[in-house]
Write a protein that binds this ligand. Structure first.
Ligand SMILES: [Zn+2]
Length: 213
């Protein structure tokens, strides 16, 4: 294996719903929005010879964190989510049953809070955490300037934006967050990974998403 192979993989674990991102450097990886069953992730890491080092959520909805507590405990690693979304963990349990997934209950491994700003998430890979509240109170995006990749969670979709009718949601705040992304003046070629649906680019969103114009 070549040294320092950096890869971003977009994964949709069953039951297909949410986009997860696996960022790896050689055999080390971190996962954003680890949706689905922990066992499927364990199989994935084994098959791909990857060692997970940490897990990161864009926000606290159940379909973005469902396997995080199990995986964090199993691999003895940390998982991260804005503590402004802590109440959503209990709130979301009913929805996990709806997807046929186990609930996050009892003595589960709690997430560590996220701070904003830049940090080295894996060797030679830097990310910037950008607060993007509105869909939830604690929503964040992850921007990788060196690779031109922005993970936005459910703030913005290919043709629409995230719902604001769930606890902590607020349409005014959401539109401020969308303006914040717009005002970052990122290159048109920047890839945008949405929490659900197809990925886009900043240029594509400017032309096609009426809420991003
Ligand atoms: Zn959500």
């Amino acid at each position: 294996m070549q040294k320092n192979q950096i890869k971003f993989d977009l994964i949709q674990m069953p039951p297909q719903n949410t986009n997860s991102v696996v960022l790896s450097v050689d055999d080390m990886c971190v996962v954003f929005d680890p949706w689905g069953r922990a066992q499927d992730w364990k199989n994935y890491f084994a098959e791909n010879k990857l060692k997970p080092l940490a897990l990161y959520a864009t926000h606290g909805h159940p379909d973005h964190i469902s396997s995080a507590p199990d995986l964090a405990r199993h691999y003895d690693i940390d998982w991260y989510m804005s503590h402004r979304d802590m109440d959503l963990i209990d709130w979301g349990n009913g929805l996990l049953s709806h997807f046929g997934l186990p609930q996050i209950t009892g003595d589960y491994k709690r997430p560590l809070d996220l701070s904003v700003g830049q940090f080295e998430i894996l060797p030679n890979v830097w990310t910037e955490i950008i607060p993007l509240p509105g869909h939830t109170l604690g929503g964040v995006g992850y921007y990788f300037a060196q690779f031109g990749i922005l993970i936005v969670g459910d703030t913005l979709f290919q043709n629409s934006y995230g719902r604001t009718d769930l606890p902590g949601g607020n349409p005014d705040t959401l539109f401020q967050s969308i303006s914040k992304i717009r005002n970052m003046n990122l290159p048109d070629t920047t890839s945008v990974v949405h929490g659900h649906g197809h990925h886009t680019t900043i240029g594509w969103l400017k032309q096609n998403n009426p809420y991003f114009k």
